[in-house]
Design a protein around this ligand. Structure first.
Ligand code: AHR
Length: 543
């Protein structure tokens, strides 16, 4: 994205459902979006729109899994409302079972007859950070009943149409356990003892799991390794695994945010045994959370705090480009891509969710904008990022859903994922956004944020443009100029509210919804008013 010089454009307008089209205006647009249709960046992997589910707080128990005997509508124990809403966003891939939980998890505990599965202490049982969570003394969030295991997760994936991405335990299990989990999942029907064990859980046919995380946050909860130590472990774990015809894709545990040294040293150590070692690595994971200061309250913030969070979320762009540059120092042929398998805005646990829902809160419009600008960032780097997984799917951190007992609501982030599903599989094309920048106070510092940002993708003659206007109070009027094509027709949908704190709740589940408008294009250049604090998706048919 380039910041062009601020220019004024004259033209007229015809209002059609919020979109101004014909050049008859008396006032000048102060912003401009150029879409360079003939300048492809790369294909947008649908996997950029992936999800993350961990045995943490209310994600699995009460979120995904309600149990077969529950009065809550379910499909074999899986919450039916969740499946139904997941289908609407076409989830490409779901990561499970953690997170930090993964490096404490023994997959064998979660297979075989449910009634005989052992209860274990959950990794998060002793989390001291949240006062309310400390009052919880029992339950599945503290003592893992293993009612939701590998077969159940695969069923969830199949119900929602997502591919599974399993995170393996590198800290507290052996390489044997790793390749036997692969064998359990992928071996041919009846071929091994583990294939028979899988079949006894109702799945004779292999799961064909392709994506395997080799540890998680191995610099921290995943083993406290140095990058050199982790590189040695990574080589050992991946030195031999059974393949069963599956094109296995291993994902290495990458840096915490901007820790460039972790990446540099891992890559250097990995190739000590030859440059071919890079072929073992499908993706290099990057984790980034843009928390509020002191893990502030999700629904209470000032206008400067609104900008501050959006500014922090915007760091994703430099994290991608900096990490990518370091990877390129070793990986000259660019065999390895980035997998941002944890991202999101992390606020303090809210009083509006059950005490056991560690890190749970209702996301606001602000979190919706964080999601949108992050997805736009991924689109703009579609040549580098092959997968991303928002943390987490339900009831924790930057969730798309909140559910408790029979109550179920969507968050603004769900709406953004539904709007942005139109980008799946398109080709990201270059865009140039020009708009007056925003100044805001962040502590003693005056900081600046761009005035408009977004991304565009092309699928045959269909163009999708998504745009974030971060200004808390001002609309932005922009000319939309296509280079290399003309617009035949268009439509727009928008997520916004007069209140920047707007969010859905169990009491008011539809406080924030997407509005849509059909548009008939009369002439070019097209002019559009982007409302304050908004996410807009436009779809154009091109001639
Ligand atoms: O998403 C919550 C936690 O954040 C994950 O378990 C861990 O990987 C990260 O630190």
């Amino acid at each position: 994205m380039a910041n062009l010089e601020r220019r004024k454009f004259l033209g007229g307008a015809l209002m059609a459902g919020g979109m101004l089209l014909a050049p008859r205006r008396t006032r000048a647009a102060d912003s401009r979006i150029e879409i360079l249709v003939d300048e492809p960046i790369g294909k947008i992997s649908p996997d950029l729109y992936g999800h993350f589910t961990e045995h943490l707080g209310g994600v699995v128990y009460d979120g995904i899994w309600v149990g077969e005997d529950s009065k809550i509508p379910n499909i074999g124990g899986i919450r039916a409302a969740l499946v139904e809403h997941m289908r609407r966003i076409k989830p490409p891939v779901v990561r499970w079972p953690g997170g930090c939980f993964a490096d404490s998890y023994n997959w064998r505990d979660g297979v075989g007859p449910r009634a005989q599965r052992p209860v274990r202490t959950n990794f998060w049982a002793d989390d001291r950070a949240t006062e309310r969570y400390r009052t919880v003394t029992g339950g599945p969030q503290k003592y893992e009943p293993n009612h939701f295991g590998t077969n159940d997760f695969i069923r969830f994936c199949r119900l929602t149409g997502a591919k599974p991405y399993l995170a393996a335990n590198l800290r507290s299990l052996s390489a044997t356990d790793f390749y036997e989990w692969i064998e359990y999942c992928n071996s041919l029907p009846g071929s091994t003892a583990l294939a028979k064990l899988r079949a006894s859980g109702g799945d004779a046919e292999p799961f064909g799991v392709r994506f395997w995380g080799v540890g998680n946050e191995s610099w921290g909860c995943g083993g406290n390794f140095t990058p050199d130590e982790y590189a040695v472990e990574f080589r050992r774990f991946t030195a031999w695994v059974p393949r069963y015809g599956v094109d296995l894709a291993f994902i290495g545990s990458g840096p915490n945010g901007g820790d460039i040294e972790w990446t540099r040293r891992f890559f250097s150590k990995l190739i000590e045994k030859g440059i071919g070692q890079l072929n073992r690595l499908y993706g290099w994971a990057l984790h980034y959370y843009c928390g509020t200061t002191g893990r502030g309250i999700a629904t209470e913030f000032t206008v400067p705090e609104w900008y501050e969070l959006l500014g922090k979320a915007d760091r994703m762009e430099s994290l991608i480009t900096r990490t990518w540059a370091v990877m390129g120092g070793t990986d000259l042929e660019r065999r390895v891509k980035l997998v941002v398998d944890e991202w999101g805005a992390w606020h303090r646990q809210s009083d509006d969710v059950p005490a056991s829902f560690l890190f749970g809160y209702p996301g606001t419009l602000r979190d919706g904008l964080v999601a949108a600008l992050t997805l736009d960032t991924f689109n703009r780097h579609a040549d580098k990022v092959v997968m991303a997984n928002v943390a987490q799917l339900i009831n924790t951190i930057h969730s798309l859903f909140l559910a408790s007992e029979d109550k179920f609501i969507v968050t603004p982030t769900f709406h953004v994922f539904e709007m942005y599903a139109a980008h799946h599989g398109g080709t990201s094309v270059r865009t140039l956004f020009s708009a007056p920048t925003i100044s805001y106070q962040s502590g003693a510092t005056t900081s600046r944020l761009w005035g408009l940002s977004g991304s565009a993708s092309l699928n045959e003659r269909q163009l999708v443009l998504t745009v974030v206007n971060p200004h808390a109070t001002d609309e932005r009027e922009a000319e939309i100029v296509l280079r290399g094509a003309h617009i035949k027709s268009g439509e727009a949908t928008v997520l916004t509210s007069a209140d920047i704190h707007a969010h859905n709740s169990f009491a008011n589940p539809r406080a924030l919804e997407v509005r849509s408008a059909e548009v008939s294009v009369r002439s070019e250049p097209l002019v559009h008013k982007f409302p304050p604090a908004s996410v807009t998706r436009m779809r154009f048919s091109l001639t």
